[in-house]
Design a binder for this molecule. Structure first.
Ligand SMILES: Cc1cc2nc3c(=O)[nH]c(=O)nc-3n(C[C@H](O)[C@H](O)[C@H](O)COP(=O)(O)OP(=O)(O)OC[C@H]3O[C@@H](n4cnc5c(N)ncnc54)[C@H](O)[C@@H]3O)c2cc1C
Length: 263
């Protein structure tokens, strides 16, 4: 490891100020960032630790009924919580292993926007809002490609606000070595308006499957997906899954998610 300073701010205000310094970077649970530092793929001069900031840890229900999850809330906390969106807790409980879930945070995951990460599918399918100290960003505008988001340098995710679907589920086909999603599909039904978001599959990261959304909005049943197929063109291809296999899996996992949500 090389030398860097570690700041443990006492408040969100202090964290925002510390992140204005050149080459400062936020540290969530460190589950992605620390290995990146070890490999010297990133070399910030200062890490600003967010994990002790009680202002951005926790889960509550907002005045508008949305489920609000602080940016520094760990996967383990979300997995334990009985929110009004049980599919979110189920998703969090499937991330990595116990060590990853104990340290990793929703803010770090969403900011990182790994193309195989699980939360982006939930955030996009629920039409959630990613909140920073200065603005709220709609999910549809937030994810901008592989490891790319609408965040600017030093901008902290303080909260993610999830509208509560009538029913929802996340179906994940695990990549056996990493436990990330080889393909993961989150389906959310808002009184007949259905959103479907797919992670792990596309070379552009998480995306909405609009044909499935239209079909499921007409009839929320696995049969509604009969005949629908995602174009393998543009899907990821690696030793764990070729593009056409991933495209096929999207249909399978979407069906599974619908069945789970109906159960
Ligand atoms: C073995 C292993 C298995 C895993 N399996 C899965 C899996 O199945 N599914 C899955 O979804 N993920 C998986 N992950 C990733 C895990 O969820 C990480 O916790 C997550 O990607 C990063 O979150 P973090 O809080 O650890 O962020 P960090 O590693 O601390 O930071 C990651 C990036 O986000 C930035 N950041 C951190 N917090 C914030 C914030 N609040 N606002 C703005 N920027 C911020 C950092 O500056 C950095 O750029 C796995 C990781 C490991 C090591």
């Amino acid at each position: 490891m090389y030398n860097f300073d570690l700041i443990r701010p006492a408040s969100l205000k202090d964290a925002i100020a510390a992140l204005q310094e050149e080459d400062a970077q936020a540290l969530g649970g460190g589950q992605t960032l620390i290995p990146t530092l070890k490999a010297r793929l990133a070399m910030p001069s200062t890490l600003v630790c967010l994990s002790g900031l009680s202002e951005i840890v926790g889960i509550c229900e907002g005045d508008d009924g949305r489920v609000c999850i602080g940016g520094a809330t760990t996967h383990a906390q979300i997995a334990r919580d009985e929110t009004q969106v049980p599919a979110l807790a189920a998703l969090a409980g499937q991330i990595g292993d116990a060590a990853v879930r104990t340290r990793g945070t929703i803010g770090g995951s969403v900011a990182n926007n790994d193309p195989s990460a699980c939360y982006p599918a939930a955030v996009l399918a629920c039409g959630a809002e990613v909140v920073t100290p200065t603005r709220g960003i709609a999910a549809d505008d937030f994810f901008q490609g592989l490891f790319e988001t609408a965040l600017t340098d030093g901008e902290i995710i303080t909260e993610v606000r999830f509208p509560v679907p009538t029913r929802a589920a996340y179906a994940k086909f695990e990549q056996p070595a990493s436990r990330f999603a080889l393909v993961g599909v989150f389906v959310a039904d808002f009184d007949g308006e259905v959103r479907v978001a797919v992670t792990g599959a596309s070379g552009n990261g998480v995306f909405r499957w609009s044909e499935a959304e239209a079909a499921l909005s007409r009839a929320f049943s696995p049969n509604a997906l009969d005949g629908l197929q995602v174009d393998p063109d543009g899907m990821l291809s690696d030793p764990h899954g070729a593009a056409d296999y991933r495209a096929h899996l999207i249909g399978v996992m979407t069906r599974r998610a619908v069945e789970m949500a109906r159960a």
